[in-house]
Design a protein around this ligand. Sequence first.
Ligand code: KG4
Ligand code: ZN
Length: 334
Amino acid sequence: MKVLGIETSCDETGVAVYDTDAGLRAHALYSQIALHAEYGGVVPELASRDHVRKLLPLIRQTLAEAGLGTHDIDGVAYTAGPGLVGALLVGAGVARALAWALEVPAVGVHHMEGHLLAPLMEDDPLGRPEPPFVALLVSGGHTQLVAVDRIGQYRLLGETLDDAAGEAFDKTAKLMGLPYPGGPQLAAQAELGTPGRYKFARPMTDRPGLDFSFSGLKTQVLLAWQNSDKTDQTRADIARAFEDAVVDTLAIKCERALEASGCKTLVVAGGVGANTRLRARLAAMTQKRGGRVAFPRPMFCTDNGAMIAYAGALRLQAGQHADASVRVTPRWDM
Ligand code: KG4
Ligand code: ZN
């Protein structure tokens, strides 16, 4: 079964074809970063309009790269939420129209389920991680620990009470004058930083439970930055201390979740999963416990069409699809 996947929930237009026999056939991504950079964040109306401009050309490009015509497609998957309503409607409208014209089923996918399943579509020397496992979802909008009993059956173990980890990266970067989108920039600065010159708290690790809180860290960084000489080296040193605090906190809670659930395998997904130091830290922690961690390759940690094509293919294979109405769910629990 060949499934066309469409992702338009925020500021990336992503398209891919996933083949349940041959794996990922082709994928294409257009990022709107340059468009939103001068505003310091995503402008929803501009995002929707840019998806309108880019989606059909990207679909053509992806099909051409896969060596397929529209009539080879057996199903269409699209992100139905959560996300920006106008942006979601562009993807949903195009997906539903295509599916109707091609007389194939269409399925709306939960964006975070797309992220969560992304590590499972990768070739992994240790083999595909099989449920049950614990998933850490760390994106710009979510920070959650989820117990995956089987595909489609998810139990929330813990989540952030305020900022998501990616949001904390972005806001911290912004307050030290780094350009949008700050997360990867802050991580790059942290590589140049001196470990240990600054030290920030590991929020909520001193009490039991699997919830997170990252907004206080941002305030600690603000105070440190305001009271500093504001040199490039100091910015890098603060970035390093911030990253260490986030990575440590995430690793401590992941280890607790593995302990509590008795699972050996951790799966990590979402944009912050691209962070090199987090990847190394979680690999070391799971190895020490005799288990393993699985990540998507860094480009499939952030938003992309491949994860939606893959999650949609699993749902379509299981016979799940909805009626032809164009419906999106901007706020939606997984
Ligand atoms: O999953 P994603 O692409 O979009 C959402 O669904 O939110 O995640 C984007 C988030 C942003 O907050 C971005 O700053 C963060 O992931 N991010 C990173 C890195 N790359 C992306 N954070 C830390 N280190 C990185 N290397
Ligand atoms: Zn995302």
